[in-house]
Design a protein around this ligand. Sequence first.
Ligand code: 5RP
Length: 232
Amino acid sequence: MNKEELKRKAAARALDEVRNGMKLGIGTGSTAKHFIELLGEKVRAGLDVVGVPTSEVTRADAERCGIRLTTLDAIDRLDLTVDGADEVDTRLDLIKGGGGALLREKIVAAASDRMIVIADESKWVDCLGKFPLPVEVIPFGLAATRRAIERACAQVGATGRLQLRDGKDGHAFVTDGGHWIIDAHLGRIPDAPRLASLLSDIPGVVEHGLFIGFASTVVLAGTEGIRTVERA
Ligand code: 5RP
């Protein structure tokens, strides 16, 4: 089974948790896209749900699949968010934002009663950090913010190259919120919860890709089958 088939299997398992009438957070990325397509099939067969997309790309995909959408201004809470991840550790903490949607993804996850993370088993790690950590920043004062990020990383014993993410046009990648992203190539983050709070304290940082305590369930699809890990 190839990686796309594994991602689709994880997405299908998450879909089992979706009930009629639910308000859903809808994630971003290639794994979430499988979920959107499968959800669309169910909607066309009569399932009644409403979704909040975590990016403009997801909005377009969901609309194409016939999924009714709303906003967090129009509704109070979400029952469930289904989203992918770049890394998941054994505490179910995550690195997200490889697709650049971390800010909306975190806002939506925080407004949800449950978050199911769907992934192929290659995303499961002992220690977060091999995947470069995305940090969404304000363009103003970039160099000062970068130095503050460096200091925060050093405080938890994580060092590495900080790289401004490029877009397809060769200029800085711009998020849906109009911000830029610094990818921190740290290799290993010894204390992710501490780094998360240090990064949140930096004025030029809008949000970072460490999702600490958000995931309730992780669905991992591997060649041996599907493994579901629940938060203890
Ligand atoms: C986007 C994300 C994605 O969930 C993450 O990058 C995983 O993507 P994929 O399913 O394509 O591996 O955080 O901002």
